[in-house]
Ligand binder design. Structure first.
Ligand code: SAM
Length: 276
């Protein structure tokens, strides 16, 4: 899958200005906005911050660790991780605009020295072998066709005994997908795979899977709450994922929720460990 097509899908131009406007609409400034207030726009996965807390809470993160965020996007989860667990975080992402904007957001909230975001591919990371104490990847594998290469590359940069937490939208049943979805406008940049493909890829890379959880019910509840909140409101909130997904946001969400409701897709967590 051409990586430039994937980053083009996520690039909107003017992203930082749109976030700055949203912050102003909250009656905040770059100097006063908090990590939590940015979460609605910088946690680009089903369930937002709540989902991040759930995944990262299973990884045993501690302040002395250096953790990798694979496909970090704007770095919202990385900023949360360092704030909650005290660890240093490095994020890598294909989309230049996300990385550049995310680094500015780190500076706004005073975390520029604890979180570093870099542009690059998860399939060929510019990091030494065994340089991270843990890794996580939130809603990224749907854009990466070769799950084995992905898991092997994450395994390479992890220290022995380190955990790798995955939270991706996976195929859990039969049925065609309707596009656009949040991660792809057409099938050309979508690489949704079955849970078993992830299991096999993790095992081929010599990870041991220690936990697996289908988060379908959580996702449907999350979207039902979101819908109830939207009814009667005069428009989207100042900060939200509509800023990242643009005019096609309602269709992308509706198509994805329809596939989750029908059982074709579900967000699934997998936690794996590299041998000590
Ligand atoms: C749906 S967003 C999720 C971003 C972030 N993990 C989050 O949850 O907020 C998917 C991200 O994966 C990134 N991505 C897709 N393919 C990638 C690859 N091969 N290497 C690195 N990042 C990739 C995209 O640029 C995009 O930022």
């Amino acid at each position: 899958m051409p990586e430039e097509d994937v980053s083009a899908h996520y690039t909107s131009a003017g992203l930082l200005a749109a976030i700055r406007d949203g912050v102003a609409r909250l009656s905040k400034t770059p100097a006063t906005v908090t990590v939590d207030e940015l979460a609605p726009v910088d946690e680009f996965h089903i369930g937002g911050r709540r989902a991040t807390e759930h995944v990262l809470g299973q990884l045993g993160l501690t302040p002395d660790q250096h953790v990798l965020d694979v496909g970090c996007g704007l770095g919202g989860s990385a900023r949360f991780a360092t704030t909650r667990f005290g660890c240093h975080v490095t994020g890598i992402d294909l989309t230049e605009e996300f990385v550049a904007t995310g680094q500015v957001l780190c500076d706004w909230v005073g975390l520029g020295d604890r979180v570093a975001l870099r542009q690059g591919s998860a399939l060929s990371m510019p990091f030494d072998a065994e340089s991270f104490d843990g890794a996580y990847m939130l809603h990224v594998g749907m854009n990466i066709a070769d799950k084995r290469e992905l898991c092997a590359e994450v395994h390479r940069v992890l220290r022995p005994g380190a955990c790798f937490g995955i939270y991706d939208v996976m195929r859990t049943g039969e049925g065609d997908l309707t596009y656009p979805v949040p991660w792809a406008a057409t099938p050309a940049t979508s690489a949704v795979a079955a849970v078993d493909d992830y299991r096999l890829a993790l095992r081929a890379a010599e990870f041991t899977i220690t936990a697996e959880r289908n988060r379908r019910d959580f996702a449907l509840e999350f979207f039902a709450t979101l819908k109830a909140r939207t009814v009667g409101s005069s428009g989207p909130p100042p900060l939200g994922l509509h800023i990242l997904m643009g005019d096609t946001t309602p269709g992308k969400i509706a198509n994805m929720v329809g596939s989750i409701a029908s059982g074709t897709l579900a967000p699934v967590e997998l936690v794996a460990r590299k041998a000590p």
